[in-house]
Design a protein around this ligand. Structure first.
Ligand code: GTP
Ligand code: MG
Length: 594
């Protein structure tokens, strides 16, 4: 059941026309009936005579209730734009036209109503007045029908034209991601909390779980009604009443968005395209105070224009007073509080206010109507990196399939390539600064690049670096000694080579870093804190174990190899650990098999 929204200046006859078409009074409140004025949204439905049902959302025309009007027109497929023939074009005619235009309502009928109050000449003037004002807008091509609910004139034609526009608008898109902007919530004794709204994006079924967008609050669909008739399932594009369980009514005021859990995130900022309404003295800018209207929500927002206006178009960074559930491509309207008027509208490009180059902006612009997954990929590619939840939420539940995921973030392929190039530079720099260290610790690389540690392995692979476990190195890197270090090493080696009773390591004239490098490169073997040997010396010691009896004491070992106690005890422990000897009390047993 498609939804038709009314629009038009106060008192021009919107509610009367809806009542004439549906037989139901959309003005629900005593105050509305007493004052003959619509204050809040009204709802009615009927058969247009074609066998097909249609629902109406009747909005107030009074300027003071524009917020309610804006909450009503979100999600409508077709508009019934009402102009009283006896009054002609009025300020809210103009404002409502701007709203329909900005929200992208492409189909509708202009009802030139109250024609019983005018003669033929005045009717012709009214028609010309309407034609003049809709020229150049999205209403230009809509049929204009002269009607009077009082005499019944033109009502059949209006039904016919509305039916044709509904056909032209086509069925509401079912993208498998239902969203319901709540326009009313109330408690029915015995049933509990009921919310109503125009369902878009996907169908809803009893027992579905929904989330209040921007929170983690879940609720269950306990029951569904369409036009006061229970249903197990409701398709998108319908007015729906949902009996919800799990959340109190206070959590579900107008402006709440219900979605499939995790598919929409609330954001405090965004970048958007703007289009100004016609006839403004001054286009919107950073100085004014604005309200952003999206779905049924209203939130104070500050603007920062990017590069000024070009004609009626601009780009702007938006900062909201509180987080709003927004997705890429969402349409919104801006109302200036000072001027008390709708001044612009636009579409959300990204849930950030990051500076982006022109090409990136163009990509975002082109992405607003793409499928969810594509939008997610474009977001990641444009920003390089973005939080995974942000990407999923802003795309409306899409998956960034081309991106690299790490630690709750998405990285674009291009940014991974760029990071990999930087990783090569960082590692090269590390080698230059630490020529004696085998490689750069991965944790240090991660923090230098400001990426999660879990991305480092991917970067190492892309960069063609060598993964050494905890460290990484360039494939062509090896520890090389400076001439001075080479000389120090030669001197130390000469000293060690003169006998197995070697001097303390700290007396070899090697600084700590050089000593470590020599150990890492296998040129020295650490036996104890202050005791190192050349590998060939260790080999000699192992060989010479054969000169000893099967079992021997520390003293015997010392004497045989000409060692001091300082060297012998740690050496034997080292030989134990290496499996060449085994200790039992004061004795060592040779294990020549090893
Ligand atoms: N004579 C005549 N009066 C009409 C016609 N349509 C509406 N009216 C009268 O115009 C007045 C306003 O009509 P509504 O239908 O309440 O107007 P509205 O556009 O819904 O007004 P708001 O919701 O407050 O913006 C009422 O007194 C209606 O009786 C018509 O075709 N002929
Ligand atoms: Mg009304």
């Amino acid at each position: 059941v498609p939804v038709v929204g009314t629009a038009g200046h106060v008192d021009h006859g919107k509610s009367t026309l809806v009542r004439a078409l549906t037989g139901r009074d959309p003005d629900r409140w005593a105050e509305e009936k007493r004052r003959g004025l619509t204050i809040d949204l009204g709802f009615a439905w009927c058969d247009l005579g074609t066998g097909e049902e249609v629902a109406f959302v009747d909005v107030p025309g009074h300027e003071r209730f524009i917020k309610n009007m804006l909450a009503g027109v979100g999600g409508v497929d077709v508009a019934l734009f009402v102009v009283a023939a006896d009054e002609g074009w009025m300020p809210q005619s103009e404002e409502h036209l701007a709203v329909l235009d900005l929200l992208g309502v492409r189909h509708g009928v202009v009802a030139l109503t109250r024609v019983d109050l005018v003669d033929r000449d005045l009717l012709e003037l009214a028609r010309l007045d309407v034609d003049e004002h809709v020229a150049g807008t999205s209403l230009e091509s809509w049929p204009v029908v002269a009607v009077s609910p009082v005499t019944g004139e033109g009502l059949d034609e209006l039904r016919r034209q509305l039916g044709a526009q509904l056909v032209a608008a086509g069925p509401a898109a079912d993208l498998g991601r239902p969203r319901l902007w709540v326009d009313r919530s109330f408690v029915v004794s015995g049933a509990g909390v009921i919310v109503t709204g125009t369902l878009v994006g996907g169908s809803l079924a009893v027992d579905d779980t929904l989330e209040i967008a921007g929170t983690r609050d879940r609720l269950r669909v306990r029951g569904l009604q369409r036009h006061e008739t229970p249903a197990d399932r409701v398709a998108p594009g319908n007015r729906v009443a949902v009996n919800v369980g799990g959340v109190g009514r206070d959590r579900l005021p107008r402006g709440t968005l219900l979605v499939v859990p995790g598919t929409v995130l609330a954001t405090s900022r965004a970048t958007a395209t703007l289009r100004a309404v016609r006839g403004l003295d001054e286009p919107p800018g950073a100085r004014g105070a604005y309200h952003l209207h999206v779905g049924t929500a209203t939130v104070p927002v500050r603007l920062r224009l990017r590069g000024g206006w070009s004609g009626d178009a601009a780009l702007a960074g938006l900062r909201f007073e509180r987080p709003v559930p927004l997705r890429v491509g969402d349409r919104f309207v801006l109302r200036e509080t000072g001027r008390r008027a709708v001044v612009a509208g636009g579409r959300i490009l990204t849930p950030t206010t990051d500076r982006l180059d022109r090409a990136s902006m163009e990509r975002l612009r082109a992405a607003v109507d793409l499928p969810y997954d594509e939008r997610a990929d474009v977001l990641v590619e444009v920003h390089g990196r973005l939080g995974a939840e942000e990407v999923v939420g802003a795309s409306g539940g899409g998956e960034a399939r081309r991106a690299v995921a790490a630690a709750g973030m998405f990285f674009s392929r291009a940014s991974v390539e760029a990071l990999a190039a930087r990783a090569r530079e960082q590692v090269a720099g590390f080698h230059a600064d630490n020529p004696l260290r085998a490689g750069m610790p991965k944790a240090e690389l991660a923090s230098r690049l400001d990426v999660p540690l879990s991305l480092v392995d991917e970067l190492v692979a892309v960069a063609g670096l060598v993964d050494e476990g905890a460290t990484v190195r360039r494939e062509d890197f090896e520890v090389r000694l400076t001439p001075a270090q080479e000389a120090a090493w030669e001197a130390a080696r000469a000293e060690l080579s003169s006998g197995l009773a070697v001097p303390r390591a700290s007396r070899l004239g090697l600084d700590e870093e050089l000593l470590h490098a020599l150990v890492r490169s296998g040129r020295l073997v650490v036996v104890d804190d202050d005791l190192v040997y050349l590998p060939e010396q260790i080999e000699e010691i192992v060989r010479r174990l054969a000169e000893l009896p099967e079992q021997f004491t520390v003293s015997r070992f010392r004497e045989q190899l000409g060692l001091s106690r300082r060297q012998a005890v740690p050496l034997l422990e080292w030989l134990d650990a290496a499996g060449h000897t085994r200790r039992s009390g004061d004795l060592r047993t040779r294990r020549p098999s090893v």
